[in-house]
Design a protein around this ligand. Structure first.
Ligand SMILES: [Zn+2]
Length: 171
């Protein structure tokens, strides 16, 4: 009797998993290792009891989720397997935090308000040749204007229109 050897790599018949991996409509869900799924479910169950089921879907600041994720990873790196409070694996808690962030970023229209990642402001330096000039006062505008002019042409028009509108509504 011929023995069937399961082909995990898809290299034998050239199809199998490899073929399904090339088809975005056929995500190879069967390839996901299941320990992490059980772990996430356990951590979510703990959270559901502590707060409410799906509480995290109301949104959390990205920085808070990221910090929790890193705290769990660092605790694990320091040799602690289980979270002191829940008794669950630090790695499962970390996976849970990561799943939240992934879900938030997958639906930015719902969660953009929680994205508080630090963004380095663009460093703006006036070239010596442009001494006497400054950048437009409008946030993020990189147009150089001669001092003491505050705004570039575009933003000056906008600001003047706003002032006019404010005056008109005050009357
Ligand atoms: Zn401007």
């Amino acid at each position: 009797m011929e023995e069937t050897v399961q082909d995990f790599t898809g290299t034998v018949d050239g199809k199998g998993y490899k073929a399904s991996m090339d088809d975005p409509a056929k995500l190879p869900m069967a390839l996901i290792p299941t320990a992490i799924l059980r772990g996430i479910a356990a951590a979510l169950g703990y959270g559901a009891k502590k707060y409410a089921p799906n509480n995290w879907r109301r949104g959390m600041k990205y920085s808070e989720v990221y910090s929790a994720l890193q705290r769990h990873l660092v605790a694990w790196q320091d040799g602690e397997e289980l979270d002191g409070e829940s008794g669950l694996s630090h790695l499962d808690h970390a996976a849970c935090c990561l799943a939240f962030l992934r879900e938030y970023t997958a639906t930015p229209t719902l969660y953009a308000a929680f994205d508080d990642r630090y963004r380095r402001e663009m460093v703006r330096v006036v070239h010596p040749a442009d001494r006497g000039s400054k950048f437009c006062d409008a946030p993020g505008c990189n147009v150089l204007v001669p001092r003491p002019q505050a705004y570039c042409f575009t933003h000056a028009k906008k600001v003047l229109a706003e002032i006019d509108a404010a005056r008109a509504s005050a009357r």
